[in-house]
Ligand binder design. Structure first.
Ligand code: IYR
Length: 226
C-alpha cells in the first residue's frame, strides 16, 4: 500500500464578504432558479456547457471515484430521438403507470406527455451514474455522488444565466441505447439547458418554499433562525 500524500491546502476560495453575506447573495441567485419547460432556441456556446459540466465534476464523490458521465447533445436529430423516447415512456406514465395520487400531485404543474421542448432547447445533458469504474473497479456512494454533482450542475447553469429542467422519464434505458453508452452507465437524469422562451411561464405551485424553520432545526440553545 502506498503511503497517503498530503499537500498544503493553499488554493482556497476566499470570498469578498463574510459567510452570512456571501451565502445570502448565493441564495438570491439560487432562489430564482425555476424548472423550465418552455425554452428558446437561442444558441448556447459549447464552452458554456463544458464549464457547467466542469463545475459538476468538482463534486465530492466516494473515494474520489467520480462515478458519473455527462453526455451533452445538441444535434437536432439526436435530440429528436431522445424526445420520441421520452414521450413514449411519459405516455405510459400518464396513461397507466402513475397512481391516481401521483397524477393528482402533478396536476398543479400542468405537465403531460408532450415534451416538445426537447427539440427546441439547444442542449440536453444526459447524466449517467457509473455502477463500476471504467476500469471495472468498484465505486462507492454513487447515488449520493451523482446527486451532488447534478445539483452542482443545476447551480452552475443558474449562475451562468441558463435555465434547466430535471427531467426523469422512467424507465430511462432508452437514453443509454440512443447514446450508445456501455452497460455500466445507468441513466440518471435528462437535463435540458438553455434560455427560457420569451413567453415562458412557470407553475405558481412550484414557486414557494416552506418557511426555513420547517426545513432547518437549529440547536435550540441558539434560538430560531433569523
Ligand atoms: N416525468 C413526468 C412526470 C413528472 C413527475 C414529477 I414527481 C414531477 O415533479 C414532474 C413531472 C414528466 O416530466 O412529465
Amino acid at each position: 500500500m502506498p503511503e497517503p500524500v498530503f499537500v498544503p491546502f493553499e488554493d482556497r476560495y476566499v470570498p469578498a464578504g463574510p459567510p452570512e453575506v456571501e451565502a445570502a447573495r448565493f441564495h438570491d441567485a439560487l432562489r430564482r432558479r425555476r424548472s423550465v419547460r418552455m425554452f428558446s432556441d437561442r444558441p448556447v456556446p459549447r464552452e458554456a456547457i463544458e464549464n457547467i459540466v466542469r463545475c459538476a465534476c468538482t463534486a465530492p464523490s466516494g473515494a474520489n471515484k467520480q462515478p458519473w458521465r455527462f453526455v451533452a447533445v445538441s444535434d437536432p436529430a439526436l435530440k429528436h430521438r431522445i424526445r420520441l423516447g421520452a414521450e413514449a415512456e411519459e405516455r405510459e406514465l400518464y396513461s397507466r403507470r402513475a397512481s391516481a395520487q401521483w397524477l393528482a400531485d402533478l396536476e398543479p404543474l400542468g405537465t403531460d406527455e408532450n415534451k416538445a421542448y426537447l427539440d427546441v432547447v439547444p442542449w440536453l445533458i444526459v447524466v449517467f451514474k457509473l455502477s463500476r469504474g471504467d476500469d471495472g473497479g468498484k465505486v462507492y456512494y454513487s447515488e449520493e455522488s451523482v446527486g451532488i454533482a447534478t445539483g452542482m450542475l443545476l447551480a452552475a447553469a443558474q449562475m451562468a444565466g441558463l435555465a434547466t429542467l430535471t427531467h426523469t422519464p422512467s424507465p430511462m434505458a432508452f437514453l443509454g441505447e440512443i447514446l450508445g453508452r456501455p452497460a455500466h452507465e445507468k441513466p440518471y437524469m435528462l437535463i435540458p439547458v438553455g434560455y427560457p422562451s420569451e413567453d415562458c411561464t412557470v407553475p405558481q405551485h412550484a414557486l414557494g418554499r416552506r418557511p426555513l424553520e420547517e426545513s432547518l432545526i437549529i440547536d435550540p440553545t441558539l434560538g430560531a433562525p433569523a
